[in-house]
Design a binder for this molecule. Structure first.
Ligand code: HEC
Ligand code: HEC
Length: 283
């Protein structure tokens, strides 16, 4: 038995000794950490479907299999899964590393129990839905650029992301460019929920220990991304043009260097020839 298997066994033994409520709590915590960035229970669709009453729409064995390994189910051409993907506008559920069949069943128990409540704790994010102001946009931009510090101590977005209008080459390239993220992550509510608990590898690792603050950070950042989404496409084209020009300038520079070296050598050869012929005509 490997050490990992032993750990799993120990965990299983320990967790089977825990009272039911403690187990339920860990499942809820797990759901909060891994699922709420894409799903609500009774709060409407985010990137993924609203999970309220999901066990009435599809049988539990199928759902457990899907939660553990969504990609295999999708790849099998399963009609229900393909319809889900279509409704999610092509976004697919990312497999969650280490998620077991037993955990999936516990998650389904949790979803069922929460679905029965009038209002689930997972009905969605509690952030005000007041209209965004120009102040929010400015504040969001400052947070993005790191001109204003994040209260939780996380790094500024610009260290890994770029967007239109901050200057070419200003943003980092580890993360994707975020011009269209407002649209991509389903608008205001979707983006805010996503940012409140990013579930992807890098974002999760960076911001789980330094969560973003709701009203003071997630709201203005979302306002900023909403504002970017309205910007005309020209700025991207301008940026591309600058890149092309930089490229051309670089090429021109290299050509000039080659030319200098080459013509120098050529001149050398030529002057030798000239000297020779001059000597010949002299002699
Ligand atoms: C990155 C976003 C994302 C995360 C994180 C995510 N899901 Fe999903 N989920 C989806 C999408 C999108 C679908 C729709 C099917 C598809 O396109 O893959 C889906 C479908 C489902 C379904 C089937 C829904 C139905 O209507 O039949 C269940 C159940 C589900 N997810 C549970 C979970 C659970 C439990 C977690 C956490 C362990 C989780 N998901 C994490 C995006 C996500
Ligand atoms: C340490 C680098 C890093 C920092 C800092 C960072 N991000 Fe990210 N971000 C990433 C990476 C990498 C991804 C791609 C998914 C992943 O691996 O997490 C990503 C993905 C995203 C996405 C999803 C994009 C999509 O199209 O699905 C959003 C939204 C996002 N980041 C917003 C932010 C915001 C807002 C901040 C600042 C508060 C920020 N990020 C700071 C690296 C970073």
């Amino acid at each position: 038995m490997t050490r990992a298997q032993l750990a799993v066994l120990l965990l299983a033994v320990v967790s089977s000794c825990l009272p039911g409520s403690a187990l339920a709590e860990t499942t809820a915590e797990y759901f909060k950490a891994k699922c709420v960035s894409c799903h609500t229970i009774g709060g409407g669709r985010l990137v993924g479907p609203d999970l309220k009453g999901v066990t009435k729409r599809q049988d539990r064995a199928w759902l457990a299999r899907f939660i553990v390994d969504p990609q295999t189910v999708l790849a099998s051409g399963d009609a229900y899964a393909l319809k889900l993907r279509e409704e999610a506008r092509g976004v697919v559920m990312t497999p969650i590393p280490g998620l077991t069949m037993d955990q999936a069943k516990e998650l389904l128990d949790l979803i069922e129990a929460e679905s029965a409540l009038e209002k689930s704790q997972f009905a969605g994010l509690q952030i005000s839905d007041r209209p965004f102001t120009a102040d929010d946009v400015r504040h969001g931009r400052e947070l993005f650029l790191g001109h204003r510090r994040l209260a939780g101590g996380g790094p500024p977005c610009v260290s890994c992301h770029s967007v239109n209008g901050i200057g070419v080459l200003a943003g980092g390239a580890l993360g994707p460019e975020l011009n269209n993220v407002f649209e991509r992550l389903n608008g205001r509510r979707g983006l805010m929920t996503w940012l409140s608990a990013p579930a992807t590898a890098t974002m999760g690792a960076v911001y789980a220990p330094h969560p973003l603050e709701a009203e003071e950070e997630i709201l203005p950042l979302t306002a900023y991304f909403a504002d970017l989404a309205q910007e005309p496409i020209e700025s991207t084209q301008a940026a591309t043009l600058i890149f092309v020009l930089l490229g051309l300038a670089g090429t021109a520079g290299v050509l000039m260097i080659f030319d200098a070296v080459w013509s120098g050598r050529f001149r050398g050869v030529r002057s030798e020839l000239v000297d020779k012929s001059a000597r010949r005509s002299e002699g």
